[in-house]
Design a protein around this ligand. Sequence first.
Ligand SMILES: [Zn+2]
Ligand SMILES: [Zn+2]
Length: 863
Amino acid sequence: MVSSDQLPKNYDFAVVEERWRKSWRDEDHYFDTNSKKPQFVIDTPPPYPTGNFHIGNALNWCYIDFFARYKRMKGYNVMFPQGWDCHGLPTEVKVEELNHITKNDVSREEFRRMCRELTEKNIEQMRLTLRRMAFSTDWSNEYITMTPKYYSKTQLSFLRMLESGYIYQDEHPVNYCTRCETAIAFAEVSYEDRETQLNFFDFDGVEIATTRPELLVACVAVAVHPADDRYHALNGKSLTVPLFGHAVPVVQDEAVDPKFGSGAVMICTFGDKQDVHWWKQHNLPLRKAIDRKGLMTAISGKYTGLSTTECRKAILADMKAAGILKKQEKLEQRVGTCWRCKTPIEILSGRQWFIRIKQQEIRDAAHQIKWYPEHMLLRMENWIDQMEWDWCISRQRIFATPIPVWFCKKCGDMVVPDEKDLPCDPTLTKPKHPCPKCGGNEFTGEEDVLDTWMDSSISVLNVTGWDGTGKPKIFPAQIRPQGHDIIRTWAFYSILRSVALTGSKPWDHILVNGMVLGEDGFKMSKSRGNVIVPEELVGRYGADALRQWAATGAALGSDIMFSWNDVIAASRFQTKMWNIAKFALIQLEKEGIDENAPVTALADRWLLARLSDTVGTVSARMENYEFDEALKAIREFAWDVLADNYIELAKGRLYTEGASRKSACRVLYAAYDALCRMLAPFIPYFAEECYSYLNKGSVHKQPWVAFTFDDPVARAEGDLLVKVVAEVRKYKHDNGLALNAPLGKVTVYAPHTANDDGDTARTLNADVHWRTDKAHLDKVVSGIDFNRAVVGPTFRKDAGAFMEAVKALPAEELAHPPKTIKMNGKDLTVPENAFTPKYSYVEEGAKVDVITVGDVIVTIATK
Ligand SMILES: [Zn+2]
Ligand SMILES: [Zn+2]
């Protein structure tokens, strides 16, 4: 043991945390590929390297670190890798901003270089935060999706799925952001309520209502319900599009709502998903009115080159001038917008790459995974059921994994690289062989790049060592931890890709955490000013306090509201724990540690029974990832059971040498050791600091606590002991006595006598007797309380005489007051509620006060 002289008075988290951070070694957290231990592989989320590890990330990573550390202590070979999901638009936008350029001002290669440089800088910054928060990351399994090593795997997975028919290329309408100038997937469309205008106009004699008049040039048909009598005459006819003059057919379709507007709607390519559906259904032509920059195309005549908003204004003005605009109404509308920039989505048709969504396959795999909490599976199922379109994986951007494909200039055939030649950028290199079909030597490299989710959805394949040949040896991983906001993206795509590439589910478990809300209950945002930065929190209260907040803030899967009070409570718990630790260490130093010393006193047996219960609860909670319940149980044991009750009871014995001190020290050590180990996953710095005083190595290399102590009698009797002491202490307090004031004789009448080894007597500073017989108490009247509000007004100047007369009554008449009383020779009526007798108890001839604890009676001799 380390000498207690070296114990600092106060726990200084800043000093302690830095000291341990410097001495811990990365190698201790490496996954051992040769280990015989059971494996526990974590498919850690690769965060986007913005440079700031935000509080939501922190929550997510705390959960991961809790179970990573727990599993290591339970004897697992744990892999807790750290990835970085680099590619994507946010970095491109940042690079444009920082360098005051647009992506087209420099070469693609130069632009990529700038993106890589910024990303590297940001990753370095975020690594520091991860270390500061004491996450037990396996740095030997770090991966960065923008590196050739990683994206060659993304490309390999692309080629494999192209080969097996999952991936295809097609001209098809897709969601498109004209500001970001790229296709996006359905999962990246967010919806917003906006107010718009519904415009009613005359369409060649038919009234049409539209919110998007700028699409008039893209009108390819007018649809009516087949049973709508108003339009029977139009069947098979065509109509002329106003302002533009091209003819469009009238088609009948059950999906038209006859009650909306006039019951006739125009079909444009494309206003919404329904348009796409009708367009396919009725085999209509394609009129592209909006280009990839969001401007009107050449088919728009005099409106060519206008933005959609400008065009809308111009068309409405022209309709008005032509006298065909009949009325305008306000309309509440849900608009699909780009998740990134909030620009309303256009549906544009173009050549894109897609992954086939095989719903049943994904559903089956999702059902083979155990979901924590269980109801998150429902969210996945709902999303799978909603899928109508395949996943569009091509993007018209630059900083991303290139699609490894060329097209032969002569015959147009697709040529792919050999797998050994990956990674490849087809815009910079040529195929190594001539075109297999026509022998041509001229090729065009694919300029489209892959959706970022194509990189991150193989994270689990990457960490398990996938090389393109089926299932890796350590696949599937044991767990995927992630937020509920990316179930429809990351979880969905990962399952899809694992099934397509290995035929198997990606993980045994998925653990879904909630979002962190600001102190005001709203989503954190700069504009609300409710953003909490982990670094600030760690600077003020330490990483361990933040980790405690993460553990106790909410049940798994629930959103968690940030609260400084929780962080302060966490830091208070550490102060309390430090005081407990100092006390225990001083006692252990005096007595030495003897783990085999006989446990004699009731309080000692009781503490071990309660510790055994706590270890059982905490272990069960940890197995179910219920960190809030686990830490709550530890805190309760440490604070209530150990500090407030046990130590108060055993203090007297600990100050006296002898066998009973040995017994107390043995259980104190057991509790100390178990608390360090149970706290290790939650507050690794604090636990390491406390454990280090025992001189037994790092707490993080100890096995998880396996302590059991079965003694139901000690638990029941000890509970009583603790309650009696608490009640008598309360009695002292209520009677204005100091807690250590001497009390005289205290008798406890309980069903069993407790062999408390004198603990109760010492703690209460009293002569305590435990007895099993019945208490023989005589109730005697010891005084009278007069109700002056009744006595005064009734008797006025005779009040004093009345009270004297009452005091002279025999005791039994005081308990049941007579109707009249003799005063000055007259019988006077005794008013109701004029007085109540005061009682006290007499035991064996001495006056006592009485307290009851359930069925147990405690008497305290009064002087
Ligand atoms: Zn956008
Ligand atoms: Zn060819």
